[in-house]
Unconditional design. Sequence first.
Length: 225
Amino acid sequence: MTLTRNNIFPAFFLITGLVVQVVAYVLVPDNPWSLVSGLFGICSVVLCSQGNILTFFFGFGQILTYTWLCWLERFYAGIAMNVFYFVSQIYGIYVWRRRMAPEDVNSQISIVNSQLKTRSLSAKVFILLSVTLVACSAATGFLLSRFTDDTQPYFDAFTTVPAVAAQILMVMAYRQQWYIWFAIDVLYVFMWAQAGNACMLMQYAFWCANCIYGYIIWTRRTTPS
């Protein structure tokens, strides 16, 4: 593929994320699976921001490795969440293929942004959704603190419950997913900082930047639902 002004930044952004992940692991060595999961994760979220259907295939790798890391840290809500992620990835491939032009579906091995047709929720629906997610997250955190040995029950809850909604919005191509992912990723930065895992911390710090990048791209492509 020949790099042009239209795809030089997407390539640079992806490479930057991968380099940051490797540097974090070299400076603060941890479980090797942290690095593997981080690299899969960087590829997955950057491709998602570009509307590239390959995001789901890298997502499978990230889900499997991240589940193992959550098990080691006893982040039980995160483990349960990954079961949902796995199933939604499969459905996401189907939905995204239907929202792309045939030529885009057949050219997804390229790093170039595809023309995924994104959608937008109304302000009222998004506000109602946000309030509901906060209430459900608080209740889940309480239950985890009372009935499990989860090491960070409220962080675990507030990064897991909203992620259900964000994943559904992503699969259905709604751009408001990026608001929710940004809030989740900020909490993940603090959660993995407390766990002392530099690779996961840097992954989620980069994901925060990717949320801004993805929102800009998806807003440009939003069409009436």
